[in-house]
Write a protein that binds this ligand. Sequence first.
Ligand SMILES: [Zn+2]
Length: 325
Amino acid sequence: MRGSGVLLVLLGASITLNVVLFLRKGEAPPSAPAAAAATEAVAPASAVAADAPEAPAAEAPAAAPVAGDWTVVRTTVEHSIARTMAAVAGEHGDALSAELARLFVWDVDMNRDLQKGDALELAWRLVPPKDYQVAVARFTSGKLGKTFTAYRYQQQGDDYPSYWRPDGTEVPLFLVDGPLKQYEQITSLLKDRPTHKGMDFKVNTGTPVYAPKDGTVLRTNWNWSSNGNCVELQLEDGTIAKFLHLSDTKVKAGERVARGDVIALTGNTGHTTAPHLHYQLERGEGKIVDPLDYHRTDRRALGDAARAAFDAEARRLDALLAATP
Ligand SMILES: [Zn+2]
């Protein structure tokens, strides 16, 4: 997709575009603390994979939004999300379509379910140098006959903002007994790319990594140029668990670990472009296992105390989306 930006823009010219409006300063930011967001200088699309080359730095477009401003897009899908976003956001299209895919992957199969004429609305901004944030996104699927909305909101006590549905349930699933208790975002699922063998979590360096089950440490820090600091566990059921790009390891080969033990701290070592944890599971002969299948999954819901604040924020973000010039 990258490298064919000019083509995409040309294609985009034929795509129906209802409204793109640039909201100027004066719009209140979403609940996410600006300071926390500003420290995250991460390219979502390239944060994840050793196999994903970094996008070349592109020139700023004439209509680039000023930092802090939200750009509201309302459009209809003509072909793919990538083409649709390229049409309305130019060089930012790829990164934004990746963000949207992450938000809607839990409910929609963007390959199979997408139909011409589906409605897509979002408010987004670029926090320099390359952190793309979506305040709210709404997708209406003709095939499924449903509208999906994701509001960015940081619950008190959480380290990061997340995305929540109108009913106060969280958009992404989480892994029960997963390797992290808090993280900013799941940036890559196993099914996203056939060449990538794990699940990636965008998370600040130094975050504790927990053993998902009882097991034994097989090795640490092998193949460093690619994996960086890393830990390999054999879990009690024989499954192999790998944790890559760590800042520090807390265990040694041969050591026994119990479920919930801290085995390492997250980092940005080896072949990686941004702090994240790569979590990979294998069973027999290197057969890759999807963590979403291996772990029980669950979905958080906002408590009563948080609901009033969240509902107010959701109404504010609805108004942001509905704003017209
Ligand atoms: Zn990875």
